[in-house]
Design a protein around this ligand. Structure first.
Ligand code: SF4
Ligand SMILES: [Zn+2]
Length: 343
């Protein structure tokens, strides 16, 4: 790992404080995506609620998280209920609804406790499954109530890595693998499935360290999870990672690395997919070559079907450039990047 700035957490808090937050009260957005879910390709509807924001972000926050600008500190119970009602009026039913809140669905400061269960009930009147995201520390308090949604509820946890040093010094996550394990065990013993997000290439590590960490993390956590989704870093606005990117000291992962991680995990025992945000773009995972579109398509098709042939058939001459990049970093022990101009 590269040298970590000791003022890291403070710097993240300072960057957060400079972000202009929203004054809107409506939900952020809704869209659909296709994903391999419960054994088949499924069209999932995504709803992003606008909340007061992640409680951890009020203290410091994660180094890559740019959701803060969507949040409005004045949003409370009534406004949230209205967002859900207006969404359900337009999109009353479907197979799966995935709700993101730019924070934690089960954080009672972010979403009133009674409203959390009310929202799940409202959604399950029209949807077969609901997926919500939460930090692990909120699970203990709600697990008794969640039992009744067994079989229809999936909880996602953004663990990012199982390596405590990376969680502390690269992500600033403020929880670790043990916290995740405790929450995941409690959820699963009550019939709630667990989806885990891993971050490919947190800051301050090399490309190769990032690949090894994602593969190791997925193997470590597979016994505690029903589904793993690899999130390659994308540069979000108002984050420490964006500052590093603009200074030319961070490069998002190569699509070659995403493919390598996914291929290394084919026998891990649970489905592992990757929905790559800004795939092939400078701010997302990219090879920086004419093959970016082809690789993005291959990874997308794989993630919808779990058919590894979509990955295995990806070939390009730029593999040599990627290997060279990885090799130089390993020789020097320093993460390198590209100088970013006019972005
Ligand atoms: S990544 Fe999640 S836990 Fe971290 S600051 Fe963002 S919303 Fe909060
Ligand atoms: Zn290429």
């Amino acid at each position: 790992m590269n040298k970590v700035d000791p003022g890291f957490a403070k710097e993240i808090a300072e960057i957060r404080a400079s972000v202009k937050r929203s004054d809107r009260f409506d939900y952020v957005t809704t869209y659909t995506e296709r994903e391999f879910f419960k054994g088949k390709t499924t069209i999932e509807r995504v709803l992003i609620l606008r909340t007061r924001g992640c409680s951890w972000s009020y203290h410091s926050g994660c180094s890559m998280c740019g959701y803060w600008d969507d949040t409005n500190p004045d949003i409370g119970k009534e406004e949230l209920k209205k967002q859900v009602e207006s969404f359900l009026k337009d999109f009353p039913n479907g197979e799966v609804l995935k709700i993101f809140t730019s924070g934690s669905f089960f954080d009672p400061i972010e979403i009133d406790s009674a409203l959390q269960f009310e929202i799940i009930e409202m959604v399950l009147r029209g949807y077969g499954n609901i997926i919500v995201e939460s930090r692990p520390e909120y699970i203990g308090k709600v697990i008794g109530e969640l039992k009744r949604f067994a079989g229809k509820l999936q909880v996602s946890i953004g663990l990012e890595s199982t390596n405590s040093s990376i969680l502390k010094n690269s992500v600033n996550k403020n929880y670790d693998f043990d916290d995740f394990k405790m929450a995941a065990l409690r959820l699963r013993e009550n019939g709630i499935t667990v989806r885990t997000y891993l971050l490919l290439k947190p800051p301050f590590i090399t490309e190769n360290e990032a690949i090894l960490d994602a593969v190791k993390s997925a193997k470590d956590l597979a016994p505690y999870s029903d589904f793993i989704s690899i999130n390659p870093m994308n540069i979000q606005r108002g984050t420490l990672v964006e500052r590093m990117y603009k200074q030319g000291s961070y490069r998002p992962p190569w699509l070659w690395s995403v493919v390598t991680v996914l291929q290394s995990l084919r026998d891990v025992g649970v489905p592992v997919v990757s929905l790559v945000t800004a795939s092939g773009k400078k701010r997302g995972a990219h090879n920086g070559h004419t093959c970016d579109r082809n690789f993005s398509e291959g990874i997308r098709k794989f993630s919808e079907t779990l058919d590894y042939s979509f990955l295995d058939e990806l070939k390009c001459e730029c593999e040599a450039n990627w290997k060279n990049f990885v090799g130089v970093e390993e020789e020097t022990g320093v993460a390198i990047s590209e100088v970013i101009l006019n972005d």
